[in-house]
Design a protein around this ligand. Structure first.
Ligand code: IVH
Length: 672
């Protein structure tokens, strides 16, 4: 096939596959068999491989995933992502409607929408192409999860229809349909893995996975609920969402009553009542109804309070409750030594699942509820993973039941529990002798963001600990095949895998080893800062309080924690043992070479294609020299490093804000 034909066929396949995706995932009316779809997709993949110059970042082949994101870039939101004020009673909705009415002094039209219970996402489209997907984060900045979002089949990569603004943002909620959630949990159960807790947490966890191929396999979905932009042609919420559906988005469908226009409080109430009942038949979770003033103009007149719009409110459905008997109170010890009391219940059906255990939080909570073994209790499922006990039916209490007395010693290691002043939780202080705490440290060490040891998971740590083969992370490096082979579930292949994985961890860079040590308050970012500043462990160990707090973003709390950690001889011994085993406790020459503070205080946006660097290398070079990368252009941007094919909207914005645009060569000049 020649180039012209290839280009044409790629364009044709792209349009065709996009349309099939839309029919299947947005409209739920497939127009092709799975087999035929796969054939077309494979053809496109082959052509893109053969003619990479025509492979587009928004090709339907991106839906399959495969690209890996090591670190999600932080991106500033163009429009802050606020939250809604919640109400739990209909009186508050009546008050809201009356308030709006009074402020506007005229008849008001509202939209009523479902409040999807998932993860908020902001999608930016430029010239009809999905450009970026960012999570809510703290509301002003979030994580760039574009690669993962491209695998969500109901999110269009390329818009259809006409009339969409050149650049706009559309916001919605990513969720895991219940049927997908159940399917995954069945598979997990069959594989002996722990189940996912609930669809919402699974959706947010999935969105932040590094491997987009796994994300693609998870069946996430997305409903859109608002459009933001400067040149929207329509002036109302409802009509814009209907328009969005024409462009290919999964917007709420009026025919399914997912959205309705309401003229008065009676209509609003009847929408709420309908869904309070009908929500159980949906294949996704909703936790309430959102009521919004329909006209943008009126929304603007009403404005915002500090945290939320005055033109919208969420009515939250009441959490479902069940009544059952509490058989026994047991106590769990967490990785940090925190004790959690657990209510073991007579199994009861609650919101579609059988509940056997519920959290009792802490000693104060038990005292406040005066809950006792044998009591008839009310169990409630809120947004939390674990249901909780919210009340006791005292009238049903059997006579002579003793008041619950909280344990005083650790149920795992019998050490006397401690409770710091002002804290609700009891702790087991036996950090180095209490099994769940020891295992917890090791689990943190092998975790994906830490040492990421292949072939080693929490279950194996458990097994090796129970067998007495490991009691701390350094012991891992002394394991031998002879010790492992006789163990249950350990075949030759898994043993080789495990030992190779442990060996390979010696190549993990210093900053991750530092994070893996599990020093309190030393998370990923802090570990990076420390590694970069001190360059090796011995320099870090030699640092005093003053030197530590002099490091960018290290405050008293972190500094104290580091000092305290290494005051303990056991931690020092552990470090020396790990060092002897060959772990990385200094930055490699490569990592220190070329590093400087030359770009400190400057913020960069990198856009386009480059010759001497890949885009990631360029970003790494910026960080290595003390600069900061951001994803979108704002007045705070110092420079834009522009390559070929820089995004036109970025260019226009940069020019408007008067930000200096530099070339790859200029940049190299800056760091040399
Ligand atoms: S509108 C200014 N509409 O609920 C806030 N939000 O606390 C505008 N949500 O984080 C939000 N369904 O992720 C809106 N139909 C809906 C929604 C919805 C779910 C989420 C959203 C936001 C939270 C609001």
């Amino acid at each position: 096939m020649n180039k012209t034909d290839a280009k044409e066929r790629i364009a044709q396949l792209t349009t065709e596959l996009n349309a099939h995706n839309h029919n299947y995932y947005v409209l739920s009316s497939p127009t092709i068999s799975d087999y035929d779809f796969d054939m077309l997709l494979e053809e496109l993949m082959r052509l893109e491989e053969q003619f990479p110059e025509f492979a587009d970042g928004n090709s339907p082949t991106k839906r399959v995933g495969g690209d890996v994101t090591k670190n999600f870039e932080t991106v500033q939101h163009k429009y802050p992502m606020l939250s809604l004020s919640n109400s739990y009673s209909k009186e508050e909705i009546i008050d809201f409607e009356a308030r709006v009415h009074k402020l506007l002094e005229e008849e008001v039209e509202y939209t009523c929408e479902l409040k999807y219970d998932g993860v908020a996402i902001g999608l930016t489209y430029v010239n009809g192409q999905l450009q970026r997907a960012v999570t809510r984060g703290d509301g002003t900045q979030g994580d760039d999860v574009t690669t993962n979002v491209k695998t969500i089949k109901s999110i269009p990569l390329q818009l259809t229809g006409a009339g969409y603004p050149e650049e706009f943002e559309i916001r919605g909620e990513i969720f895991l349909p219940r049927s997908e959630f159940d399917k995954i949990n069945k598979e997990k159960e069959a594989a002996g893995e722990p189940p996912l807790a609930n669809p919402r947490n699974s959706a947010s966890g999935t969105l932040k996975m590094q491997d987009s191929a796994v994300v693609a396999s998870r069946g996430l979905d997305c409903f859109l609920y608002s459009i933001l932009g400067e040149n929207l042609s329509l002036g109302t919420q409802y009509e814009n969402l209907i328009k969005a559906a024409e462009w290919g988005f999964k917007a709420p469908m009026p025919d399914k009553k997912y959205i309705a226009k309401c003229k008065n409080i009676e209509e609003i109430m009847s929408f709420i009542d309908y869904w309070d009942n009908a929500r159980h038949d949906l294949d996704f979770d909703i936790d309430g109804i959102v009521i919004k003033v329909n006209s943008y103009d009126r929304q603007q007149r009403l404005g915002f309070t500090a945290k939320s719009p005055r033109w919208a409110i969420a009515y939250k459905f009441k959490a479902e409750q069940a009544v059952t008997v509490l058989n026994k109170i047991t106590y769990q010890v967490g990785r940090t030594g925190a004790i959690t009391p657990v209510a073991n219940l007579e199994p009861v059906l609650l919101a579609g699942t059988t509940v056997k255990r519920a959290s009792l939080h802490n000693a104060d909570q038990i005292e406040k509820l005066d809950v006792r073994e044998g009591d008839t209790v009310y169990v409630e499922k809120g947004g939390e993973i674990i249901p909780k006990i919210v009340g006791v039916e005292v009238a049903k209490r059997p006579s002579n039941t003793p008041v619950t007395s909280y344990i005083t010693a650790c149920p795992e290691c019998d050490t006397a529990l401690e409770r710091k002043e002002g804290e609700a939780q009891h702790y087991c202080p036996n950090e180095y002798g209490c099994p769940p705490q020891i295992k917890g440290k090791m689990e943190h060490y092998i975790g994906r963001k830490a040492m990421d040891i292949d072939g080693l998971g929490a279950e194996t740590i458990d097994q090796l600990f129970e067998e007495g083969l490991i009691t701390n992370i350094a012991d891992l490096y002394e394991l031998t095949a002879d010790q492992l082979l006789p163990l249950e579930r350990m075949a030759e292949k898994s043993v080789t895998n495990l030992l190779n994985g442990i060996e390979a961890s010696k190549n993990i860079p210093f900053q991750r080893v530092l994070f893996a040590l599990g020093i309190r308050y030393v998370g990923e970012t802090v570990a990076k800062k420390l590694a970069k500043h001190f360059k090796n462990m011995d320099a870090l160990l030699a640092a005093d309080m003053e030197e530590l707090v002099a490091v960018d973003e290290i405050g008293d709390k972190i500094a104290e924690s580091i000092l305290q950690h290494f005051e303990d001889q056991r931690n020092l011994d552990l470090y020396h043992r790990l060092k002897d085993k060959g772990l990385n406790f200094e930055l490699s020459e490569e990592e220190t070479a070329g590093a400087s503070d030359r770009l400190a205080g400057y913020t960069f946006v990198v856009s386009g294609v480059f010759h001497q660097f890949s885009r990631d290398e360029l970003k790494a070079a910026i960080e290595q020299n003390g600069g900061k990368n951001v994803g979108s252009v704002s007045s705070k941007t110092s420079y834009i490093v522009a390559g070929e094919n820089m995004g036109p909207s970025k260019l226009a914005k940069a020019e408007k804000l008067g930000i200096t645009i530099i070339s790859e060569e200029d940049f190299i000049g800056m760091i040399q």
